[in-house]
Write a protein that binds this ligand. Structure first.
Ligand code: SAH
Ligand code: SF4
Length: 437
C-alpha cells in the first residue's frame, strides 16, 4: 500500500510542477513514506533522516534549499514528536492527507514546519487526481489500486487500526473509473489493495452494498484487463461469494494471501484473531476444492506474548497442513499503544530468533517444493521488465513467481505462453512453447 500511496503522492506533486529524480543530491523535496508495523521499519526512518540532514545542512546556504517530509504511518503515529527529534523535517503528513500535499509543501515553505495528521479517507480518494496515461505508462503493465483502507479488527499486536484508522471502502464507481483509466493506459494486471481487502463492502451502482467477489466480477469485464489479484485478506471475511469468484472468474489469479499468524488457538485468542486454526484450515480446503491449482500464501508471527514451545509447534503444524507456496514470517515486535505491548509474558529474544529460524527453514522448503512442482508446466507469463541482460525479460506466473524468459518471447506488457524449464529458490526459468531449453 505504501508503494501505491507513493505513486499517488508523486502524481499529486507532478501536477504541481515536481518531477521525480533517482538522485537524492538532485532533489528539492525528499519525502520518506514510512511504515510503523514493526519497530525495525519505524527506526529506519530516523537513521535515514540523519543522512538526509547532512545534505540539507550542506544546501542550507545555497539557492536550492532542501525540504524534507515524513509521510505514512510513522508520521501518523508520532506526529510532532518527529520534528522534535529531527530538526531537519519540514513536514509530517499522515496517510489520509496526501491529496493536500502540494498545499502543505507550500505552507511549509512559507511558514515553517507543518504537521497534518487529520483523518478523512473519503476526502483523500475524492480529491486525489487520477494518474495521467503518461504516468501510468512509466510504471509498466501492472498496477496497484487501493479499494479499502483501515481496520476495525484490533488484533492485539497490530498498530494498523491506530495509524490507518477505521475501515473505509471506496465506492464501486470510483474503483471502476480508476481501473478503466489504468487499463486504457496499458495496464494488464491490477492488484486490489486493502489492510483488510476482503472486508471491502462498497456502495454499488444501484446504491446497495456490494462484496469483493462482485467487485472482482465487475472489474474482470473491463476490456483489456487480463489479471486481477487482491491483498491482504482476513480469514473472517473469506465469504462464499469470494471463494466462488476463484472458481468462476478466469481473470482472478489462482493465488490467495491469507495470513493466519499462529497455529495455536490459545495464541490466536490472545491475538484477538476471531478464528481458530481449524476454521482457517477449513477455508483453505474450501478454496482448494473450487480452485485446485491455487497457491496459498500467508504471514506468521513467532514469539507473541505467552507463546510456549507447544504453541510454536502448533504453528509448525498449521504450516505443514496448509503447505504454503510462499509465506512471510516475523518475530513479534512490541508496538506502543497496542494491548500486546502491555502483556507481561513477553518472549525472550533468543527464543524468538530460534523459532523464527526453524519456521523459516520449513517455509523455504515448502516454497522450493512448490517452485519445483512448476517445472515442465505450460504457463502464461505477464512480461513486466527487462532482465539482467538484453537477452532476458522478467515476468510473473499466475502464482506470482518471477519468471525469466528469453527476450524474443515478446514485449513488456505481453502475456506469453511458456514452458517452465528450471526452478530456483525464488524464481523460475522458462522457454517459449516448442523451443528446446
Ligand atoms: N490485515 C492483515 C495484515 C496486515 S499487517 C491481516 O490481518 O492478516 C501485515 C503483517 O505484518 C501481519 O499479517 C503480521 O504478520 C505482521 N505484523 C503486524 N504487526 C506485527 C507486530 N507487532 N509484530 C510482528 N509482525 C507484525
Ligand atoms: Fe492489523 Fe490485520 Fe489485525 Fe487489522 S486485521 S488489526 S490490519 S493484523
Amino acid at each position: 500500500m505504501n508503494v501505491y500511496d507513493s505513486t499517488r503522492m508523486q502524481d499529486a506533486l507532478e501536477s504541481d510542477g515536481y518531477t521525480p529524480t533517482p538522485d537524492l543530491e538532485d532533489a528539492d523535496l525528499v519525502l520518506l513514506n514510512t511504515c510503523h508495523i514493526r519497530e525495525k521499519a519505524a527506526e529506519k526512518v530516523y537513521s535515514n533522516l540523519g543522512r538526509i540532514r547532512q545534505l540539507k545542512n550542506k544546501r542550507a546556504e545555497t539557492a536550492r534549499p532542501l525540504m524534507v517530509g515524513v509521510t505514512g504511518c510513522v508520521a501518523q503515529a508520532e506526529g510532532e514528536e518527529i520534528i522534535r527529534r529531527e530538526k531537519a523535517v519540514d513536514l509530517v503528513v499522515g496517510p489520509q492527507t496526501y491529496h493536500n500535499l502540494p498545499a502543505i509543501v507550500a505552507r511549509a515553505k512559507a511558514a515553517g514546519p507543518q504537521v497534518e495528521t487529520e483523518y478523512s479517507v473519503e476526502d483523500k480518494f475524492e480529491h486525489m487526481p487520477l494518474a495521467t496515461n503518461k504516468q501510468v505508462r512509466s510504471r509498466g503493465a501492472t498496477a496497484f489500486l487501493t479499494v479499502q483502507e483501515g481496520c476495525d479488527k484490533f488484533c492485539t499486536f497490530c498498530v494498523v487500526p491506530y495509524t490507518r484508522g477505521a475501515e473505509v471502502s471506496r465506492p464501486q464507481s470510483q474503483i471502476m473509473e480508476e481501473a478503466k483509466s489504468l487499463v486504457s493506459a496499458g495496464v494488464r494486471e491490477i492488484t486490489l489493495l486493502g489492510q483488510n481487502v476482503n472486508a471491502w463492502h462498497g456502495t454499488g451502482p444501484a446504491g446497495t452494498e456490494m462484496q469483493l467477489g462482485e467487485l472482482l466480477s465487475d472489474l474482470s469485464k473491463i476490456d483489456g484487463l487480463r489479471r486481477l489479484r487482491y491483498v491482504t485478506s482476513h480469514p473472517q471475511d473469506m465469504d462464499d461469494g469470494l471463494i466462488a469468484a476463484h472458481r468462476d472468474n478466469d481473470c482472478l489469479m489462482p493465488y490467495l494471501h491469507l495470513p493466519v499468524q499462529s497455529g495455536s488457538d490459545k495464541i490466536l485468542k490472545a491475538m484477538n484473531r476471531s478464528h481458530t486454526a481449524r476454521e482457517y484450515l477449513d477455508i483453505i480446503e474450501k478454496v482448494r476444492t473450487v480452485r485446485p491449482d491455487i497457491a496459498i500464501s500467508g504471514d506468521m508471527i513467532v514469539g507473541f506474548p505467552g507463546e510456549t514451545e507447544e504453541d510454536f509447534q502448533a504453528t509448525m503444524d498449521i504450516v505443514q497442513q496448509t503447505n504454503y507456496a510462499q509465506c512471510y514470517s516475523f518475530k513479534y515486535s512490541m508496538r506502543p499503544g497496542t494491548p500486546g505491548a502491555e502483556m507481561d509474558n513477553q518472549v525472550d529474544e533468543a527464543v524468538k530468533n530460534d523459532r523464527l529460524a526453524r519456521l523459516k527453514a520449513l517455509l523455504d522448503q515448502q516454497q522450493l517444493a512448490f517452485n519445483k512442482s512448476c517445472v515442465g508446466k505450460t504457463i502464461e507469463v505477464l512480461l513486466e521488465k527487462p532482465g539482467r541482460n538484453a537477452q532476458q525479460l522478467i515476468g510473473r506466473s499466475p502464482w506470482l513467481q518471477s519468471v525469466v524468459v528469453p527476450a524474443h518471447c515478446g514485449q513488456i506488457g505481453d502475456l506469453v505462453t511458456v514452458v517452465v524449464t528450471q526452478n530456483n529458490a525464488n524464481s523460475l526459468l522458462a522457454q517459449p512453447v516448442g523451443a528446446s531449453s
